[in-house]
Design a protein around this ligand. Structure first.
Ligand code: SF4
Ligand code: SF4
Length: 392
């Protein structure tokens, strides 16, 4: 490999060159990955934080297991000091949980695992218990550290007696240590979390574009002792399609991660680590302060993407649609399909959406939603395209 200076080293990170080279050495091995990588041995988690009041220590940079190609990548993350792993029943149609089990079963007591289950108001206690037990089986573990209710938009759902009874039983049986929720509607749910005892840990969207507004709430829930985990840290996930950013001194993902970590009320974040190069690139930001070069890259990313993607936590245009289309959900699935490359998951989620919320009549509409979008997105065009790719 050609000698790497700082500039092309980071470029190599972004393009995956470094990681792909290393993967040949790492497969089937665990520790001492650094020795195979020469100068890369210094890449290690530098900072661990308290996860709220749970008593669990977590690295500032953790592992999102939303998509990946082999368990060894997760094991490599552990080798570099990552001890918190986030999965969900729905990720890769449950295969993510199986990969977690395969990768971490012999070091189970050294890692913290969160999994998530999407629930609705009609769910029964026994069904929840069965689904959590099935997750445990896939994860090859007797317990999960944090069981979250997935994608909660209103915490009133968690007042449901069946849900309360299920998680109380799972805790009593030692199958769940802590409960929490993930949300795309933090403006409401974090406020509600201040009055509720359900969540020991929360998972929220927090990035340089969708973060400022909820910072006071994040601070309050953190003060209450709730652990805070940031997701969707790469605003819109567009960097893979913005080749011009690759030539920057700093990689966009590293800049975006440092922006998130500069908030001391965030305990950890979960960028998806689906390759060895992701692991190295993201872990490389641990413990490092946000700097001017990061802010420059973020500003350039914002310049190129500002009217390109739907802010997942934004709902501003929803009321304007006479057809009641779930605009932000549909555009989120489009993001999963095109930017996260999770085509099958995205199509599955879209197929579960009620037809009445799909953009089936947009072609004959004047596009009122576009006037309501403060980011000037070509919403109608994007929705029509989303329907085409997600229902192909
Ligand atoms: S274009 Fe579609 S989403 Fe937008 S207002 Fe019309 S029907 Fe609703
Ligand atoms: S389309 Fe625009 S206004 Fe509507 S949810 Fe997305 S970002 Fe918000």
């Amino acid at each position: 490999m050609a000698k790497l200076n700082r500039r092309n080293f980071l470029t190599a990170f972004t393009s995956g060159v470094v990681g792909l080279g290393l993967s040949k050495n790492i497969k089937g091995r665990t520790r001492n990955a650094g020795s195979a990588s020469g100068g890369l041995s210094s890449i290690k988690i530098q900072k661990y934080n308290d996860l709220g009041k749970t008593g669990i220590k977590v690295p500032d940079v953790s592992c999102g297991a939303i998509s990946f190609f082999e368990p060894n990548v997760l094991r490599y993350a552990y080798d570099l000091g990552v001890t918190y792993f986030d999965t969900a029943e729905s990720y890769m149609r449950s295969k993510s949980e199986s990969f977690i089990g395969d990768a971490l079963k012999d070091i189970r007591d050294k890692v913290t695992i969160t999994t998530k289950h999407g629930l609705n108001a009609k769910v029964k206690r026994d069904e929840i218990i069965k689904r959590v037990e099935a997750s445990l089986q896939r994860m090859k573990s007797d317990y999960v550290d944090i069981a979250m209710v997935h994608g909660v938009s209103d915490l009133a759902l968690l007042d449901n007696e069946e849900i309360q009874a299920a998680y109380a039983q799972l805790k009593k049986d030692g199958k769940v240590r802590f409960t929490g929720f993930s949300t795309h509607n933090a403006k409401l749910t974090l406020k509600q979390a201040l009055e509720s005892d359900f969540a020991s840990v929360i998972l929220v969207i927090y990035n340089h574009d969708e973060g400022k507004e909820i910072e006071p709430l994040i601070e309050q829930v953190r003060q209450k002792g709730i652990g805070t985990v940031a997701m969707k840290v790469f605003a819109g996930g567009k960097h893979g399609n913005l080749k011009s950013l690759i030539s920057q001194e700093v990689s966009y993902p590293q800049a975006a991660l440092r922006w998130v970590l500069s908030n001391s009320n965030i305990d950890t974040c979960i960028p998806t680590m689906s390759s060895y190069s992701h692991v190295e690139e993201y872990v490389g930001t641990s413990g490092k302060p946000l700097n001017r070069a990061d802010l420059k890259v973020i500003a350039e990313y914002q310049r190129q993407t500002k009217d390109q993607y739907c802010r997942v936590s934004c709902q501003e245009c929803l009321a304007s649609c006479p057809q009641n289309v779930a605009i932000n959900d549909v555009l989120r699935y489009k993001m999963y399909f095109e930017d996260y490359r999770r085509e099958k998951d995205a199509m599955q989620y879209y197929s579960e959406l009620e037809d009445s919320k799909k953009p089936l009549n947009c072609a004959s509409c004047s596009g009122i939603c576009e006037t309501a979008c403060k980011y000037n997105l070509k919403v109608k065009e994007k929705l029509i395209h989303a329907h085409k790719i997600l229902s192909a």
